[in-house]
Design a protein around this ligand. Structure first.
Ligand code: ATP
Length: 364
């Protein structure tokens, strides 16, 4: 096991800065997920850790030792990538055994290790089959087993579940997480799927355009996003964003809606954190859908709007609310049903209100 550190790492491809001054420490035994949209630099970061890319600036350290000049084979890491490239002429068993055979491990030990990992991933019954006789899910399991059969310092995984059907994917993510909790091998895992990241990670590192936006536990990044990008990327439906201006006189915000202004008084906890900002400052008020409450009668501190649509998803209802140019959603339990097409009143959970600076997009 080992820690992995990126110190001010930069990787360019021509004019493209794929990884832009990234600083990140992955603790010994941690399951860290690199998350972000396509092209944000996740894979390049992972490949740089693996030694498959030479970085242009900065250092990669494993257990405190700089490894920039070490070949991938000398970094003691096991990879599992989206394109799992099993050897077609070898059985599932021999595919898994392959990394051990290249280490000249003795026959009995190879057998024992392959059987152990096969048992963990529940694939012993497919050991005799060659890859073309395996389903995509089983091929993926064999590829994972091949990575996990060794006891490397670090596992590096790039979208290893992306070829699987939704249900198998959910099962596998739980399986993989359980295995990592048992063996505690430091794992760096790339995905663009925020649900997968929230479900599996000890911590999530969120990237955009090569820049690390925030590193934190799933709870941290959901509850206290560092900026608008993170707030928008994490959560489904995503956070509601309401453009507004600070109103110093009332310690509230002015929300412009089709020529009129709603004055929304900020709760005490929010007021304290923004006491030094100037009147008129352009803000975005962010609120998660589960923190938007609907009422059928006028209420104090509420504002009225139209309920334009309800999506009944079985485990929850998503209500779409509109007032002029303002559109936002409320998530409720399936028991809460309100009259679509009619006026309702909305209040916001005070603990759930987040303010962002509209110019810098940073959380206040
Ligand atoms: P995806 O999920 O689509 O793989 P990603 O977040 O992993 O995206 P990277 O693959 O790391 O992103 O790519 C980051 C940027 O670097 C992108 O703009 C990509 O086009 C560019 N890039 C990556 N590899 C190369 C390469 N070998 N040559 C040129 N540009 C590259």
């Amino acid at each position: 096991m080992a820690s992995v550190e990126l110190h001010d790492v930069v990787k360019r491809f021509g004019q493209t800065v794929a990884v832009n001054h990234v600083n990140l420490k992955i603790e010994d035994g941690e399951f860290l997920i690199l998350l972000g949209p396509s092209g944000c630099g996740k894979t390049t970061s992972l490949r740089s850790i693996a030694g498959l890319e030479d970085v242009d600036e900065g250092q990669i350290l494993i257990d405190g030792e700089v490894v920039n000049n070490k070949r991938p084979a000398d970094r003691d890491m096991a990879f599992c990538f989206q394109q799992y490239a099993l050897y077609p002429h070898l059985t599932a068993f021999e595919n898994i055994a392959f990394p051990l055979r290249t280490q000249n491990m003795n026959h009995n030990e190879v057998n024992q290790r392959v059987r152990e990992v096969g048992k963990l991933l529940k694939i012993e019954d497919i050991f005799p089959r060659k890859p073309k006789k395996l389903s995509a899910g089983d091929q993926q399991r064999v590829a994972l087993a091949r990575a996990m059969v060794r006891q490397p310092k670090v596992y590096l995984m790039d979208e290893p579940l992306s070829n699987l059907d939704a249900q198998v994917r959910v099962d596998m993510r739980a399986e993989l997480r359980r295995l990592q909790i048992n063996n505690r091998i430091t794992t760096v895992y790339v995905t663009h799927d925020q649900v997968e990241a929230m479900a599996m990670a000890d911590r999530i590192a969120i990237m955009d355009k090569g820049v690390l936006q925030q590193v934190g536990t799933p709870d941290d990044v959901y509850v206290s996003p560092a900026n608008l990008f993170v707030a928008n990327f994490i959560g489904s439906p995503s956070m509601n964003f309401i453009p507004c201006n600070y109103d110093a006189a009332s310690h509230g915000v002015r929300i412009p809606v089709n020529g009129e202004t709603i004055l929304y008084r900020l709760p005490v906890n929010v007021k304290q954190s923004i006491s030094d900002i100037q009147d008129g400052t352009e803000l975005i008020l962010g609120i998660r859908p589960e923190d938007v409450y609907i009422h059928t009668e006028p209420v104090d501190d509420g504002f009225d709007c139209q309920l334009v649509l309800m999506e009944a998803l079985g485990s929850e209802n998503i209500h779409h609310l509109q007032r002029g140019n303002l559109h936002f959603v409320s998530r409720t339990s399936p028991a809460d049903v309100y009259p679509v097409g009619q006026s309702v009143w909305v209040t916001l959970e005070t603990e759930g209100i987040r303010l962002f600076d509209r110019k810098t997009e940073a959380a206040i």
